[in-house]
Ligand binder design. Structure first.
Ligand SMILES: *[C@@H]1O[C@H](CO)[C@@H](O)[C@H](O)[C@H]1NC(C)=O
Ligand SMILES: *[C@@H]1O[C@H](CO)[C@@H](O)[C@H](O)[C@H]1NC(C)=O
Ligand SMILES: *[C@@H]1O[C@H](CO)[C@@H](O)[C@H](O)[C@H]1NC(C)=O
Ligand SMILES: *[C@@H]1O[C@H](CO)[C@@H](O)[C@H](O)[C@H]1NC(C)=O
Length: 327
């Protein structure tokens, strides 16, 4: 179904193919920008590649805000030794709302050679950084072999994270979430960064630059939604139709079959969910729907420890917030 989205020519639809690359030498970055500029100049004005001052982050961002969106791309992860590396695919408005930002994350965590990549999803609303909503998973394929599609759908009713065509997490908005449910327009980002302090084995395995450059290949990037002016936060057009169209998409509804796939995924590949973490949340947050089979599985697998603060990959490269980091 995602193929059909990207082949249709819609107003806000962007299809680009970019390569993100993390390496410390000047040469590597030079290569990135050349590749990007040469190949994707028609869309260059929409995207920026931003490199942090300490050389540990390379980001791609679409410099427009969107409220109600689908953000999707294919990504092929760097291979070989990738401990400490995080490839993040996310939406955020931290640049506009430093104290009460919203954010939706898919973060891929590298590993030592021979060990699989893992990934986590997270949801923040109105600065709820002290109430992380992390879930962690394994993948059922090797993400370094081929590009796979990763997607975030965000509407006023629910948030769905997809891997390929499988919904892996569905957050249905509950009144009890209040501001914790993202409600302000966000920008979209894709980033590769050095998260040596926490990403792999609780930070015991660091990035080894002997293996640079680390290349994550992004393709088939699509953003659908209602574009909002970044300065005055006003919707630039009447978005009623656009939002209605988004809500009417087949991927905006989880069908019975999709629900089955989601259950299949979660029961086999999820290894941490905040909903079942009684130590952290004696009362599960309001959106949690507890599934006995998931609980049994996660109880057997043990608890993932959370602590510390995570280095942010803010585009201005300053620490923007502190949030619990999954270890
Ligand atoms: C980029 O690469 C070219 C050719 O390899 C080199 O001449 C140039 O100095 C490099 N620029 C930077 C900023 O490193
Ligand atoms: C999302 O769409 C709904 C319905 O059109 C609208 O009320 C809401 O303001 C939109 N949200 C954002 C963040 O733009
Ligand atoms: C969001 O945060 C701001 C600033 O902290 C606060 O004034 C506002 O009431 C919050 N909104 C919701 C819906 O919780
Ligand atoms: C936006 O468009 C819808 C349908 O096209 C229309 O019913 C509505 O009145 C419009 N809203 C504004 C504020 O123009």
């Amino acid at each position: 179904m995602w193929n059909s989205i990207s082949s249709r020519n819609m107003g806000t639809l962007l299809v680009v193919c970019v390569m993100l690359l993390l390496g410390r030498s000047r040469g590597s970055f030079n290569l990135t920008s050349l590749t990007f500029t040469q190949s994707y100049s028609p869309l260059f004005s929409d995207f920026n590649i931003i490199r942090s001052h300490d050389d540990t982050t390379v980001s791609l961002l679409l410099n427009r805000l969107s409220g109600n969106l689908t953000y999707t791309a294919t990504i092929k992860m760097p291979s070989k030794y990738t401990a400490g590396i995080v490839v993040a695919f996310y939406t955020s408005n931290v640049d506009t709302f430093e104290k009460n930002h919203d954010e939706l994350d898919i973060e891929f965590l590298g590993n030592v050679q021979g060990q699989p990549w893992r990934f986590q999803t997270n949801v923040y609303g109105n600065g709820s950084v002290s109430r992380g909503r992390e879930e962690r998973y394994r993948l059922w394929f090797d993400p370094t072999k081929d590009p796979h599609r990763y997607s975030i759908l965000w509407t006023p009713k629910h948030i769905i994270f997809y891997v390929d065509e499988i919904p892996i997490r569905n957050v249905v908005r509950q009144a009890g979430m209040r501001g914790d449910y993202p409600s302000k327009a966000m920008s979209v980002y894709a980033t590769i960064w050095d998260a040596s302090s926490w990403a792999t084995n609780g930070g015991k395995k660091k990035v080894d630059y002997k293996y640079e450059p680390f290349v994550a290949r992004l393709g088939d990037l699509v953003l659908e939604g209602c574009i909002v002016d970044p300065v005055d936060q006003l919707q630039s057009t009447n978005c009623t139709d656009r939002v209605a169209a988004l809500m009417a998409k087949d991927y905006s509804t989880i069908t019975a079959d999709a629900r089955k796939s989601m259950r299949w995924f979660r029961q086999r590949y999820m290894y941490y969910s905040y909903c079942y973490d009684n130590l952290r949340y004696p009362v599960p947050p309001p959106e949690c729907i507890l599934v006995p089979s998931e609980r049994d599985m996660l109880t057997n697998a043990g608890r993932v420890r959370f602590s510390g603060s995570r280095r942010r990959r803010d585009r201005r490269s300053k620490p923007a917030s502190h949030q619990p980091a999954a270890r």
